[in-house]
Design a protein around this ligand. Structure first.
Ligand code: ADP
Ligand code: MG
Length: 462
């Protein structure tokens, strides 16, 4: 691509086709995202071509694209839609770095020269409130908890330690607890994979890879959260692989978390997967009732101590909250906090029927879940193309996810059976009924199915 074309951003759009004013859109980005994010990211996006229902935007690098897609795509689409309603998709085109973009980077650097070290220290402090003392043991997490503690007693015996489990089940809490435990005697590095990528890109832009490598390879305990973020990001994987190897060579302890097992990390290089699986893999499951009740009680005590107040929640109410929150502990705590806040404001002892009313609010979020969204999340979760999932093919690897998506559409939206059938490539409502029955039965009998459903639900409610 010719450099000059990039500056003349409208060059690909014939005059009569053109309806968008990119400068205007950029202004709205600035308002929505704030000037820091805007200058680092949004400002560098060019309009390459405009179609009736989608846009092609130019970005300088693949990392840049990955970053934008993972963090800002929804909002960007929402913004451009407010200028042209017919748009429903954005594609990115990578346009080799040109003088103009590197100039921009230079300007940025002048504004904000931060050493990797400083910014990492700012963003990756361990949270003193997430420690072993307040991590409550239950059947679903006891193996993960006990090996996390063993790692602290005996560095690099289990290397890497890989902790996996669904959203909000305590992975970050455990990683953080390990970091706190080890930090006095070790050089602990605790970072999310997303942040790791941020520093990686930044160092590339600043031509400062030497420092980047040094910095991360120096640690004797390297803890990286949510490694699934590297999926599909080739160069990041390359860098991670080398960092990983050089840390292992040195005998540093590595601790990793992810939302799935190493082998289920699709779009991740095989050699990385086998390294990740090469130490000890432990998983955290959904909490049972007993653990949920314990966590609620502990939280109540903590809140009472912190605010020097009496929180009056009887066992019925506690059980009610524990039962209502099926999917994860973060949600459980969120619900509890709402109930406590309500009790405070109305200054009364709450009953389960008060709780029902409070929670109605929270669960009414469910209304915004659409069949489309369910289909997308399910096909992503099982890593099959949406078109295949909706197709007429009946092979089990397609049929099960399809049935799960129908089941969830019935449970989580207000759509009728015939409406759901229509959304699944015009199937009959009896097919939907069959799917709902099958998945209901399987999720009662089959642990794997139960787990899948719970994980998908939490993805949908996230
Ligand atoms: P994840 O990283 O798996 O998404 P987090 O570690 O962020 O989940 O946990 C979500 C919330 O639940 C945090 O506030 C965490 O402190 C709390 N939590 C999770 N498991 C436990 C536990 N066993 N005991 C106490 N709190 C927990
Ligand atoms: Mg986490």
């Amino acid at each position: 691509m010719d450099k000059n074309n990039i500056k003349k951003q409208n060059v690909y759009i014939s005059e009569e086709e053109k309806t968008l004013n990119w400068d205007e859109i950029q202004n709205s980005f600035k308002k929505t995202f704030g000037s820091e994010i805007y200058t680092s990211w949004l400002q560098k996006i060019y309009l390459v071509k405009e179609y009736n229902d989608y846009l092609i935007l130019g970005v300088p690098t693949r990392f840049f694209r990955d970053w934008i897609v993972s963090r800002y795509l929804d909002k960007i689409l929402e913004q451009v839609k407010s200028f042209k309603l017919s748009l429903n998709r954005i594609e990115f085109k990578i346009i080799e770095e040109t003088k103009s973009t590197s100039d921009l980077i230079k300007i940025n650097e002048l504004n904000k020269v931060t050493e990797i070290k400083d910014s990492i220290l700012n963003y990756n402090r361990l949270n003193p409130n997430l420690n072993f003392d307040n991590f409550i043991q239950g059947e679903s997490n006891d193996i993960a908890l006990s090996y996390s503690k063993k790692v602290c007693e005996h560095i690099s015996r289990y290397n890497p330690l890989y902790i996996c489990g669904g959203v909000g089940l305590g992975k970050t809490h455990l990683l953080n607890a390990i970091g706190l435990e080890l930090q006095s005697e070790n050089n602990v590095m605790f970072i999310s994979a997303e942040r790791f990528m941020y520093h990686f890109i930044k160092s590339i832009k600043k031509n400062d890879m030497v420092n980047f490598k040094d910095f991360f390879r120096k640690s004797s305990v390297f803890i990286i959260d949510d490694i699934q973020f590297i999926r599909g990001k080739e160069s990041l994987q390359e860098e991670f692989f080398h960092t990983f190897n050089s840390l292992m060579d040195k005998g540093s302890q590595i601790v990793i978390s992810a939302d799935r097992t190493p082998m289920k990390l699709d779009r991740v290089q095989e050699r990385i997967k086998s390294r990740l699986a090469g130490g000890l893999v432990v998983d955290i499951d959904s909490p049972d009732l007993e653990l949920k009740v314990k966590i609620i009680k502990k939280r109540i005590l903590e809140t009472e101590n912190q605010f020097k107040e009496n929180i009056n929640l009887n066992d019925d109410v506690i059980n009610y909250i524990a039962n209502e929150s099926k999917t994860n502990i973060r949600e459980l705590i969120g619900i509890l906090n709402r109930v406590i806040a309500f009790g405070r404001v109305h200054n009364k002892i709450l009953t389960t029927s008060d709780c029902k009313n409070i929670l109605k609010d929270i669960f009414s979020q469910i209304k915004v879940i659409t069949v489309d969204k369910i289909q997308n999340v399910v096909s992503n979760y099982f890593n099959i193309p949406l078109s295949e999932m909706l197709s007429q093919r009946r092979s089990r690897p397609l049929a099960r996810p399809r049935q799960i998506a129908m089941f969830l559409s019935k449970k989580m939206t207000t759509r009728s059976l015939p409406e759901i059938g229509r959304r699944f490539a015009n199937r009959d409502h009896t097919t939907v009924i069959h799917a709902v029955k099958t998945i209901t039965r399987l999720s009662e009998q089959d642990d794997e199915m139960k787990k899948n459903i719970n994980q998908i639900k939490s993805l949908l409610l996230e």
